[in-house]
Design a binder for this molecule. Structure first.
Ligand code: NAD
Ligand code: MG
Length: 394
């Protein structure tokens, strides 16, 4: 139970983009009056971590970097906030009982802490994509065993969750339609895409994001990961998951029902809406975000994605059909290919080719029953992808 009526909240990855937006939503929803912050975690930005921990009077602040414990202690001196450091300390923070936990650590480092949070928190708001992509069955089994609520924060999945509006309506779901901005190369011919530079791929038209996620958006690998996430979150068959290019990023996704109805969630491209919905659920909080003005928007465009130019979508469907560790393999091969593209060792379109070749070499895929198996599959896929990249770059 929350002491004094305040909800106990933990933020894993409090210093990142999602973490900072989550702190903002906590402020908008009453700040320290309404929330008791159990733990905040970060990595290298100690001033930001310490400032947030002081502002909210957190019980514990953790940096994942063991070399920064002294710096964190100094930054927290006199505040009464406990300091800890290292990956194990992040997992221990996630394992502290809380009413609500935001899982927003980037990448594979988020897996073990998010699993711990599912066992310790009543509700986990999930931003980290890697958990469900690389080990969806394992995470959902842990969630069911713990009886925790798992609420999606990725904007598309949050939109679908909103449009499903409860378990009874979900029974009549025929399909979900994930919208995609299409990225900066939406309308480019394939030959021109082959020559794209990392700088061109980083420019993202609608959302302000980090470099890697911007490139994943341009290649539509981000949407590929989101297809796999959706499959696990909403227990869908691969053929029930469609992708639609929607350059304005106003319709965040849609759900099609068996009576022909479509329910969509629309809103400003601001992650605080999804975070606020996950924090207020089942109620809607008041949020200081931009209001849509349809007269100004004037039009919303939709087009089917071209899978010849964006093979990531087809690869996601293949990974969903294969099941087990196919998602972990796709994700790890994608990471290796993305690093090679950023290092200018392979071209933009080679990224999908590397993923496809890695997956066909490593198939068939065993089920994942433990995180160690996920990490082993990740390492094996990165090794296989590295060899394929070397052969292509030579
Ligand atoms: P970010 O890079 O801005 O922040 C990542 C957070 O993780 C930081 O707090 C950082 O300190 C922490 N972190 C990084 N490496 C770590 C490690 N090894 N151990 C422990 N902590 C570590 O990322 P973000 O944009 O906030 O995204 C977080 C997650 O949410 C990602 O999985 C991303 O795919 C997903 N997501 C983000 C957005 C978005 O709009 N930013 C949208 C949808 C989904
Ligand atoms: Mg998204």
């Amino acid at each position: 139970m929350a002491r004094g009526g305040r909800r106990r909240v933990t933020i894993l990855g409090a210093t990142g983009s999602i973490g900072r937006s989550t702190l903002d939503v906590l402020r908008a929803m009453g700040g320290r009056e309404a929330f008791e912050v159990v733990a905040l975690t970060g990595m290298s930005n100690i001033p930001a971590l310490a400032a947030a921990a002081r502002e909210f009077g957190a019980q514990l602040a953790v940096t994942a970097d063991p070399a920064r414990l002294d710096e964190l202690r100094r930054a927290l001196a006199g505040s009464g906030v406990r300091a800890a450091a290292g990956p194990e300390a992040v997992i221990e923070a996630a394992a502290l009982p809380a009413d609500w936990c935001m899982a927003a650590i980037l990448g594979a480092a988020g897996l073990a802490p998010t699993l711990a949070a599912l066992r310790a928190s009543a509700t986990v708001a999930l931003a980290n994509k890697e958990c469900l992509v690389s080990a969806g069955d394992l995470f959902l089994a842990a969630q069911q065993a713990a009886g925790a609520a798992l609420l999606p924060v990725d904007s598309e999945h949050n939109a679908i969750f909103q449009a499903m509006a409860g378990a009874r309506a979900a029974q009549g779901v025929e399909r979900v339609i994930l919208t995609a901005s299409g990225g900066p190369f939406r309308d480019w011919p394939r030959a021109r895409m082959a020559a794209v530079t990392p700088e061109q791929a980083v420019a993202h038209p609608n959302w302000d994001m980090g470099a890697k996620i911007s490139i994943d958006s341009a290649s539509m690998f981000n949407k590929a990961l989101e297809m796999i996430e959706a499959r696990h979150l909403f227990a869908l068959r691969p053929e029930q998951i469609e992708v639609l290019v929607h350059p304005q990023s106003i319709v965040h996704s849609m759900v099609g029902y068996r009576d022909g109805s479509i329910l969509a969630q629309l809103g400003p491209p601001d992650m605080r809406v999804a975070i606020g919905y996950a924090l207020g659920w089942p109620e809607r909080p008041a949020l200081p975000v931009e209001r849509l003005d349809f007269a100004q928007l004037s039009r919303l465009d939709f087009a089917p994605p071209d899978e010849a130019r964006f093979p990531a979508l087809r690869l996601a469907r293949e990974a969903m059909r294969a099941g087990g560790l196919a998602g972990a393999t796709l994700l790890a091969a994608k990471e290796a290919a993305l690093d090679a593209f950023i290092a200018r060792r392979i071209g933009f379109l080679d990224m999908a080719a590397v993923v496809e070749e890695t997956m066909s070499r490593l198939a068939p895929f065993a089920p994942a029953t433990h995180l160690d198996e996920v990490f082993a599959a990740d390492a094996e896929a990165r090794r296989a992808a590295a060899r394929i990249i070397d052969a292509r770059a030579a």
